[in-house]
Design a protein around this ligand. Sequence first.
Ligand code: NAD
Ligand code: MG
Length: 389
Amino acid sequence: MQDLPTKKRIAIFGSTGSIGTQALDVIRANPGLFEVEILTAQTNDELLITQAMEFRPNAVVIGDDSRYQKVKDALSSTDIKVFAGETALEEAADFDTYDMMLAAIVGFAGLKPTLKAVEKGKAIALANKETLVVAGDIVMQKAVEKRVPIIPVDSEHSAIFQCLVGEVRNPIEKVILTASGGPFLGKKPNFLVNVKRDHALQHPNWSMGAKISIDSATLMNKGLEMIEARWLFNLQPNQVEVVIHPQSIIHSMVQFEDGSIKAQMGLPDMKLPIQYALAFPGRVKNDFPRLNFRKNPNLTFEEPDVKTFRNLSLAIEALNTGGNMPCVLNAANEIAVWAFLRNRIGFLDMTAMVEKTMQHVAFIQKPTLQEYFDSDGEARNFAASLINL
Ligand code: NAD
Ligand code: MG
């Protein structure tokens, strides 16, 4: 008798966000392949409840404990377990009952639950790039120890990962991350100084959560992705390059030691890298729109303007310096983006805040996990003190 194919049990951490909701679209379209085991959200209780009623997970976690009762009451007719609070996220990550975590929380908050899942030996579909920016050495070391696959969801890293299939024995010369350039490509500081949040939130090619949209407008996102790539693919900082490619058709490239370059292409749609990560190593048939080269005949490339978009140079500096510097950069940037989104500081002030914080926090060459947490806290406090938050 043939075994029934088993479904992959997915835990979506950050299910109400841009990545989380698109992942649920993929799961909805493939009920024979996946089932939802855990859903988590920070504040959006309404959407979490709706998702739970549709996908019937074993458990849900609402980060903000003041919303616990509402979620509990709404799901009282089901046997879905409801938990609340930050520590519940880590406890849920420690459950035996799922196969893969989709790490789709935004920011530093994603680190602890993701690390817990790695320690537990769970496969990770990684959207939360900040986890690797902050503590990439520790997370990747743990993943190797536990033989945990970390499959990138970020489109650039998914592209590189796909280019590397079948190339295990072939060293990488360099990876080339493509960047759309964001909504302010070609603009200069005299324009950027007046940019407001609503304008910065409009990305030309991708629809994403607020934080990554601002990071895309400042090019910090590409800097974070360089650091992410360094850890994911075990590269030296000088093996990671960025090129502006405004059409976002080539999602990134790998250059091998014979000079051959492989690229992965497609229309910009995060559902594709999400589906690839969830279904890896298989490819799943879908009805997403296809790229037609005759309708997209111009693929162009240019150097990033790091003099104008100084966040990218700061991130490259952090990448080259190593130690706790990327962690400090990330923490200051989270505060800066938070303040910009609330109209507390201007577009260019974000860079100044990150730069000053990098100069202020003491450098640690080889931090422990606790030292990463301390550096994060110190950087946040210092960045916030710059604007009396
Ligand atoms: P989002 O803001 O749309 O969603 C974030 C999710 O995390 C929500 O479910 C929210 O409830 C949860 N969350 C927020 N703060 C939390 C906290 N403190 N504790 C626990 N949960 C919290 O973000 P997004 O755009 O979906 O991005 C998620 C991650 O994926 C980010 O790290 C981002 O860089 C990465 N990513 C996103 C895209 C994209 O297209 N959106 C592309 C590549 C990578
Ligand atoms: Mg990306």
